[in-house]
Design a protein around this ligand. Structure first.
Ligand SMILES: C[S@@+](CC[C@H](N)C(=O)[O-])C[C@H]1O[C@@H](n2cnc3c(N)ncnc32)[C@H](O)[C@@H]1O
Length: 225
């Protein structure tokens, strides 16, 4: 039986149901504009969508004429991504089924983005090393994560939630979904990225390019190999 995030993103999982409103209201074009600007993406260079889900960003980029592939561990979501691919377009995406930490693509990517990430149950040092191996030297990664400051203020306001924060391990225990979500502080990210041969170029706190601060909803890192 599947547990934790594997179950959550599988056929019987609750992700799509829990995020129905978010996915319905999300402004895909804004996301794409943000990713292009933040990474400085040039057309015709290969791009990787890490944890691409149902492929909403891959499809959006492909429609714009970018060359984007996706990787995800959920065969359920990948089947949806393949089914919704517009076969009439000249550039066709490749979708890979793999855990991020084990991913080996058929080519090196100039850009990669891990957008709207869910870090539950992920071995981050190993995942960053795998991402680095799939990036060209000089390539860039956008890593978009929840902000620990947003989480702590949420937990203060919702003391009865099923979420428990382990302040020593810097991990959130989600008993409802049977998963553990790492919340590394900034300098921990820096250290792991360095071990993976990567360095942070820029830090942003939201999708409007505001600087990262204690009131930021996101921690978004632009990273170079
Ligand atoms: C919050 S969803 C975001 C999906 C997509 N990026 C989007 O914005 O629609 C997180 C995605 O991460 C994938 N995922 C979670 N853990 C993973 C892992 N260890 N390896 C590969 N994919 C993973 C899930 O299957 C899911 O598609």
């Amino acid at each position: 039986m599947q547990k934790g995030s594997k179950k959550y993103y599988g056929k019987q999982g609750e992700y799509l149901h829990e995020h129905a409103l978010y996915l319905q209201q999300a402004d895909l074009q804004k996301d794409l504009d943000f990713i292009v600007k933040a990474l400085g993406i040039k057309k015709h260079k290969p791009v990787l969508d890490i944890a691409c889900g149902q492929g909403r960003h891959v499809h959006g980029f492909t429609r714009r004429g970018y060359s984007v592939d996706g990787v995800d561990f959920s065969s359920y979501f990948l089947a949806m991504a393949k089914k919704t691919t517009d076969k009439s377009l000249k550039i066709q995406p490749t979708f890979y089924r793999s855990d991020i930490k084990k991913f080996v693509g058929k080519k090196k990517y100039t850009y990669a983005y891990w957008f709207f990430s869910d870090l539950a149950d992920i071995d981050l040092p190993k995942a960053l090393q795998a991402i680095s191996r799939n990036l060209e030297v000089g390539g860039r990664l956008l890593l978009d994560t929840d902000s620990i400051f947003r989480l702590l203020s949420f937990l203060e306001k919702h003391k009865k939630s099923s979420l428990v924060f382990d302040a020593q391990r810097m991990e959130l225990m989600d008993t409802e979904h049977d998963s553990v979500i790492p919340y590394p502080v900034f300098f921990q990210w820096q250290a792991w990225l360095k071990e993976a041969g990567l360095r942070i170029e820029r830090v942003i706190g939201d999708y409007q390019f505001q600087p990262y601060s204690v009131s930021s909803p996101r921690l978004i890192m632009i990273i170079k190999k």
